[in-house]
Design a protein around this ligand. Structure first.
Ligand code: DC
Length: 212
């Protein structure tokens, strides 16, 4: 890798909801000095506008910084709607350029989502596919929601997560699936620290390969 100022280096992290990919992405960005984009927020911001009555494609085409900063984007209802609007090809198309430019920005970037290693940045230097058993992911999501004061029963969170995974994996455009060259990281039995370490070792191995 060349100097930190002018390197173009992309870490693509994909995986289902609550797999730990966001936590890993943030930690890698900090450790390696890379910019970070949580691409789920783009679909959540479109969904939030749609829940207010906007047309999904118009919302995606007109997305602003202010939309991405909305405080309600993490709500369950917004996540559910995000998975629906994400299945609309014209919505995905409208969000493509922004993600691609972010991925290849100078200084390097980490993006996490569902299709980063397969569609947004197939040339990414590092690809990770982060998974965990669905009950474990639902427990994590439930804990997060309770901590935020959203009183949703665990069974509902589990059912919702399974429905969302099925929709994200079954859609025709850019379905959730590992890129053939992605490292699979199952975080079911890993602490956050151990998962971050495993991901960081993979990044370091790839940086080493790119040096000679
Ligand atoms: O990661 P998340 O829960 O914030 O994502 C919300 C929804 O957005 C998810 O159910 C599917 C969609 N999404 C997508 O289709 N492609 C991405 N790169 C990121 C998210």
């Amino acid at each position: 890798m060349s100097s930190a100022e002018n390197r173009v280096f992309t870490v693509a992290i994909d995986g289902p909801a609550a797999s730990g990919k966001g936590t890993i992405a943030r930690a890698l960005a900090e450790r390696f000095g890379l910019a970070h984009l949580d691409t789920g927020l783009l679909y959540r911001a479109v969904a939030a506008r749609v829940l207010e009555g906007a047309d999904p494609v118009a919302a995606a085409e007109g997305l602003t910084e202010a939309d991405l900063a909305r405080p309600d984007l993490r709500a369950e209802a917004v996540g559910r709607k995000a998975s629906e609007v994400a299945a609309i090809p014209a919505v995905r198309e409208a969000l493509l350029d922004f993600q691609r430019r972010f991925a290849r920005r100078e200084g390097g970037a980490v993006l996490d989502g569902r299709d980063i290693g397969t569609v947004i940045c197939p040339e990414a230097e590092v690809k990770l596919f982060v998974t965990a058993e669905d009950e474990i992911r639902a427990r994590r999501r439930h804990r997060e929601l309770v901590a935020r004061g959203e009183d949703v029963p665990f069974e509902e969170v589990l059912a919702d997560l399974r429905a969302r995974d099925a929709r994200d994996a079954a859609r025709a455009t850019a379905p959730l699936r590992p890129a053939p060259d992605a490292l699979l990281l199952d975080t079911s039995k890993l602490s956050i620290e151990a998962a971050v370490e495993a991901a960081a070792r993979h990044v370091e191995a790839k940086i080493g390969q790119g040096r000679d």
